[in-house]
Design a protein around this ligand. Sequence first.
Ligand code: NAG
Ligand code: NAG
Length: 482
Amino acid sequence: MHKKMLAPVFLMILLLQTMNAVESSDFVIQEATIDEIQAAFKQNKLTSKTLVQFYIQQIRKLNPVYKAVIEVNPDAVHQAVKADQERKNKVPKSGVGLHGIPVLIKDNIATKDKMNTTAGSYALLKSVVARDAGVVEKLRDSGAVILGKASMSEWAHYRSTNAPSGWNARAKQAVNPYVATLDPCGSSTGSAISVAANMVSVSLGTETAGSIICPSSANSIVGIKPTVGLTSRAGVIPISQRQDTVGPMCRTVTDAAYVLDAIVGYDKNDAVATRKASKYIPKSGYLKHLKPGGLKGKRLGIMRDYPLFGFGNDTETLNKFEKHFDTLKQNGAILIENLEIKNFIHILILMFNGKDIALAAEFKVALNDYLKELVTSPVRSLADVIAFNNKYADLEKIKEYPQDLFLAAEKTNDALVTPYEQGSGVLAIGGYPGISVPAGYDKNGDPYGICFGGLKGSEPTLIEVAYGFEQATKLRKPPPMP
Ligand SMILES: *[C@@H]1O[C@H](CO)[C@@H](O)[C@H](O)[C@H]1NC(C)=O
Ligand SMILES: *[C@@H]1O[C@H](CO)[C@@H](O)[C@H](O)[C@H]1NC(C)=O
């Protein structure tokens, strides 16, 4: 779950900056994309080991301020050395994709290694997971380096709906690298901040309702919330089997497509959902959809209920956002103005209204299943964790909404367009995918994203649209140094 509220003012710790942006060769790691890193590997300008050591250095320097990383993998350098060796030996999977690329994993995604998997909570510290999460297994198969665990809103906001975004007992309060007083949003807070502030190449987040889209928007990165079931949820500390999904959080759409390619697909430990969604995976992968002219002919549904969309009375930012519609049109998109979605407000309220969170009932069942599977654990049931009330009535209501959702959109639209995370409620409820792309900064320097959402399995279309927008605007800039 995500939750937006004003974070308290944080004291910024001034750090002496050393010039470690520049590597030993002319290759600059800061802001480097996966394509650039793989090219540098090939040209012997960079090794995975150097890359991992650089990021560990960055984490040491920046994490006391940002609290984005909860644990660094003690085996990360070793994994990087192994990747370098494989590349030297021309092992088939090396030299491409995520091979040798450091990835940070949200702390609710299980890793069967020296690291803990705790959702930010002391309750699960020292629990031992049965196996790697399905997505982690796929990352390891691709040759990615597991750099560490990203901090998050504790229990993905289920410990207390009043806790600020990005807070957990273990790492404390995560801080937005652009504007320290701005809500970094959650629950995939550390996954977003670490990528934004160049503490890792790419990361994984999870979303139940807004938890990838919102922090991506607030920290000026690209986040993909995949169709539910496209990525395995096995080994992910759960909230709702209907809504939970794991997705890439990266600096560019291209990097996100690389990560998505690596983590999608069938997993026997999340068999029903991953089998059902596997029909959506394009045979030749997602990278093929990063093409010039991706916006051409795309029908984009625009929802113009702006007060709801978080611009408030900031007409200056609203006007700037409106210009994006011109850009989309100039690049060949067809805008469907004033799209309406039945029950939109009800859904927003159901998803994000503090105490009456309907997902609570599903959380209880799902979490108890996760806890039972642990090899060792200090807690075994949710009753051990929190006192609890069921909300079954709301749950039934939620199950009805997807039917009228996108009913009109299904026939007329390729993608729904909304600013910030405002579309995430409807996307969550339907198990629908969405992509957030950096869309600018307001007069305070607060980042905001544009979100493209679609029906189940529409990732190829959404990637074409998101890539088209990104290439036409290129608005992301790295945050200032603290
Ligand atoms: C996992 O938690 C244990 C117990 O607090 C701690 O000793 C250990 O350092 C943690 N692992 C890592 C990689 O931080
Ligand atoms: C916007 O302005 C109106 C009228 O000036 C005011 O009533 C309203 O509270 C303002 N809304 C916000 C979000 O600031």
